[in-house]
Design a protein around this ligand. Sequence first.
Ligand SMILES: *Cc1c(COP(=O)(O)O)cnc(C)c1O
Length: 383
Amino acid sequence: MIGRKEPSTRWAWVEIDRGALRRNTRAFKNLLGPRQRLCCVVKADAYGHGAVECAKIMHATGCDMFAVATVMEGVELRRGGISEPILVLSEPPATAIDTLLEHSLMPSVYTSEFALAYGERAVSLGVVGRYHMAIETGMNRIGVHYADVIDFRREIDFHRGIRCDGVFTHFATADESNGWDYKLQCKRFDEAVAAMHEAGFECGIVHCDNTVASILDPSMRYDMIRAGIGLYGLQPSEVTRPVFPLEPVMSVRARVTRTAHPAMGEGVGYGFTYRVPRARVQICTLPIGYADGLSRTLSNRMDVLFRGMRVRQVGNICMDQFMVAIQQTSQRETPEAEMGDLMTVIGRDGGAEITMDEMAQLRGTINYEVACGFGMRLEKIYT
Ligand SMILES: *Cc1c(COP(=O)(O)O)cnc(C)c1O
């Protein structure tokens, strides 16, 4: 049932299905052996789904660790009462070190300058600064180059203020798990880890899989997988869709804030990019805009659902509102909307559905970006 709960101050909201989040989390947990861990990636406010609320559900479903992109995302989880290990998937500026140590957040480390500054500060506070070492194996984003891992560890491992709790890399093309590029990253990572073990350097938890790799390639799961998008019920690639069913967690709903029947030829919205083409067209206003993540590039190109049917969005999407048109034709009488009626921007209504993937395709982007966007301003309702 939709619309059971909604915000008291706004006729637009994001619905988060706790049950779906739980079942998706369990599906990833079930991929793992008893000694393998699940790290849930909750960066960008859990891909727009609300980091603290989602982390609580994931924790209750067997998540062992959380990963975030920024130090402040980690602080937010701590303030929200999350006590599991938290990995920051980047090396922040050295000025973040006190905050990391205060909140027990593990940075990713790949420069000796940061590692040693981190160690110095930890010693002066009488603690040990735990970190995960990022290894660059081919994506050319962050990490110690795979051929330099031994030199790097020799440079920093003398320091008693730091401890390597994990080593990891990140794949650029894991959706092509038989591809040459992916295999090469695997090989470089395997060899870098083996070399460190052989040289006697502590590696801690070894991990490399994101959602798509953890589904497609059981051989690289190592000690932990880092699942993100799949937890939220979104497919990372068309390749995984047939083999790993997931349930979408987020829906986006709004209620009609005004209805009108402008005369034929009247314009709608900024710039009049739509004009009422005939008599008997109802224009309905909905209170969601591009500041809520509904990209303006969708203007005049997307549909929303009303009573289980598609209606066309018309005119330029505004910052906070957009309009739809319900058209009567001689062949078909379409039910008109009333002020306060419910419409669905993302999700199911009766037999109809608008998916993140449909919207991503229209925008020329990926479902990740669409989901993150809806987290920007809309209130989240957990059902
Ligand atoms: C975002 C991210 C992930 C999660 O990726 P998904 O495709 O969402 O599973 C894992 N590891 C790193 C380093 C990331 O940046």
